[in-house]
Write a new protein. Structure first.
Length: 223
């Protein structure tokens, strides 16, 4: 999901990109696990578990690539993504069926990993759109789609109101982090510093909202 190194001198260093690539695979694994768990809660069979895990993990990045006209789509050239998804989905299904209490006790770790995945996917998607020369508003939208698109598809397929449309600070955290990234870039900061600062903003907003119970206002119709 992470782009190949760009030619401009402000691009992330090769070492930073290598780190982000492995973090990206870890984020895919986390989202694949959440998709697999959602599939099991919905009573789907093993094939359904695999499908929903894949949609959750790479759905957002696929939508982004289709909207940008990037071909081939990232997971078609790097099969590690598919392998990570398949292995994660199977391990999640096995663990959930045998050690459900252990999984419940690891909820905090899963939330932290999900937050890291959200932050990483948002900034990766934003940088890909930026490198494609898109306007800043489009950069924000495509970064948000990359981060939350798979979760929207997961929720729709399992008959739930997508998290994107609820009052939780989720997609809005991604928007805030991408906006911070673009602001820092406009102020002349190096891309690498702006990138990781944007990730920090996404993670901070998401975790603070969970800890403090922050929610977006919900307009109400008058009776």
């Amino acid at each position: 999901m992470y782009p190949a190194a760009a030619d401009d001198k402000e691009s992330l260093t090769p070492r930073a990109r290598a780190i982000l690539y492995w973090m990206d695979l870890a984020g895919v694994a986390v989202f694949a696990s959440s998709g697999a768990l959602a599939a099991m809660q919905a009573g789907l069979d093993l094939f359904g578990v695999l499908v929903l895990a894949a949609i959750t993990a790479i759905g957002g990045g696929t939508l982004r690539d289709l909207l940008l006209g990037r071909h081939p789509i990232f997971w078609m050239t790097d099969t590690r993504y598919i392998k990570v998804i398949g292995l994660t989905a199977l391990l999640t299904a096995l663990a959930a069926s045998r050690w459900s209490q252990a999984l419940a006790s690891g909820h905090v770790a899963l939330v932290l990993a999900d937050t890291l995945g959200l932050a990483l996917f948002a900034l990766c998607g934003a940088e890909i759109a930026e490198e494609a020369g898109k306007p800043r508003l489009v950069v924000v939208l495509l970064g948000t789609i990359t981060a939350s698109g798979g979760g929207v598809l997961r929720d729709l397929l399992t008959g739930q109101v997508p998290l994107l449309l609820r009052r939780d600070i989720y997609a809005s955290a991604a928007i805030g982090g991408i906006a911070a990234y673009l602001l820092l870039r406009a102020l002349g900061l190096p891309r690498q510093i702006a990138f990781f600062s944007g990730m920090l903003v996404v993670a901070a907003l998401r975790l603070a909202s969970l800890q403090l119970g922050w929610q977006l206002p919900a307009p109400q119709l008058q009776a």
